[in-house]
Design a protein around this ligand. Sequence first.
Ligand code: FEO
Length: 179
Amino acid sequence: MGLSEALQGAINEQVKNEVYSAHLYLAMSAQCEAENLPGMAHWLRIQFMEEWGHALKLFDYVNERGGRAEIRAIDQPPARFGSPLELFQEVAAHEARVTAMINDLYALAAKENDYAAQIMLQWFITEQVEEEKSAGEIVDQLKMIGDNAVALLMLDRELGARVAEPGMGPMPATGESDA
Ligand code: FEO
């Protein structure tokens, strides 16, 4: 069974939303670089790559189901995000918006009795729990830190240790691209 037109359109729209998320986090990373917070910049750069991974997962799924993946226009993200606390509050708010988008996609797949798409989307539902949790934890830590510069630098160092999940970037996980 192929994807319905409505579901194919909604998944293509989510490819766009995931690429927007990637650009948003790369823009945030640029601000952190400019403010000498390399750990936060690194964390956000990994987030950028993960969002590309999400976009490709959906793109590949449309193709696997015999549909037609589309690349849609992406809005320009903001260039300024306020303090580190305000920046990560925006990460958390953005992830909550993405969760609502994924839930709407799942509801559409359920309405159309597309069981295969529901199974694929369950991965995203689980991922969103993780995404909201990690952003929320950083917001809570930044609230505790307040204007303590030493504590901020310690958190920055900790976030700089984030390791990318295998296979969740725009490039193949195994390095076949050199072939
Ligand atoms: Fe693709 Fe951060 O959700």
